[in-house]
Design a protein around this ligand. Sequence first.
Ligand SMILES: Cc1ncc(COP(=O)(O)O)c(C=O)c1O
Length: 405
Amino acid sequence: MSLSLIAKSIGESATLKLNEVAAILRAKGDPVIHLGGGEPKGKAPLDAILAATSLVNSGEVRYTPPDGIPALKQAIIRYTEDFYGWRPAPENVMASGGAKQAIMSALHTILDPQEEVIFPAPYWVSYPEMVKLVGAVPVPVEPEDGSFIPRIQDIEQVVGSYTKAVILNSPNNPSGAVYPAEFIKDVVELCEKRGLYLIMDDIYHRLIYDGRKPINPYDFAKDRTDNSKLIIINGVSKQYAMTGFRIGWAVANTRLIEVMTNIQGHETSGPSAVLQHAAAAAINGVQSSVDSLCTTLENNRNVLIEQLRSFDGVRLEEPGGTFYSFPDFSHYDKNSVRLSEFLLEKVQVVTVPGIEFGKEGHLRLSFCGSIKDITDGIERIKWTLDPNAPNELYIGERKLVRDWS
Ligand SMILES: Cc1ncc(COP(=O)(O)O)c(C=O)c1O
């Protein structure tokens, strides 16, 4: 079949694929534990549900302005004022079908073919594919010291004449690392100096622990005019446990938002009216669900860390945010795909291979599930990999006997 070169270069989303695998195994009755997930398990806020059902019940569900309904844009404006200390105009805001679509529209708007986009590794699985989708070139940079915290020198080294943008995602998927304010400051300054766009993917910025506060890139920006090349991406998926609602947004300069809106207008006409109402209600509503989500996730993280610390051979950098950890399992197998498949086959634990995030030898383990999933999941992994573990493991009634070394 004849397909475009770009289309042929795009891989499947490993994380979405694994959700499917987990669902199929569960439907078959397998006692699968999904440590590969990317969404909080709680319910969407009641305010959001009531707003969505009320619009559906009215029966009048119409097209909306392509950049979003005024109520949602106002909610995003207030959110930006609260978390970023400046009040954008409505012309600086575009609502979209998830943060994913906001990033895609931004890339479509700023990139010409062959231009380069730099982002630190490990990185979110979609960045390379999104950049390739617009015909541009992804440039992942791995911190030289092998840690999850990039240094400004790592970025500077790869900036060249084709560089058009940098993407930062902190707290980071998959490592959970929270980049230091100093590093973000340096990148903001570098981008301003070199005339580069800086896309801040802040989708996890409120999911941070140990008393940290979200870092605001505008604090370091000298250019506070409407020519700023800073693009803020966020959404309701993670912080409000509303992944299926598919609402995200971008805040950027007027001209960018205008062009992004033109693109979105032709591609989708904008996100669903029902879901926009729900998102506005979540942002404007009682925020206690975000606080309790953070408390739950911090506790889950602590349990996961404790479990992993008792695991000889696994090295872990403590996640400071998100609901992901990214331990190094290379002592057991340097090939993360093979290791992930082995764990799924032997003990039905779903993990995401590190190579999908640009770092081999690691597995991404999520802590957004239940404490029981975390403890049982790690226990199963440990049993599978630790040669000193007892020979048998019970999963419910099922007895597993280790026949590998
Ligand atoms: C780093 C990062 N950015 C963006 C997204 C997409 O979020 P949304 O559900 O709003 O499209 C995700 C989802 O996993 C993510 O991990």
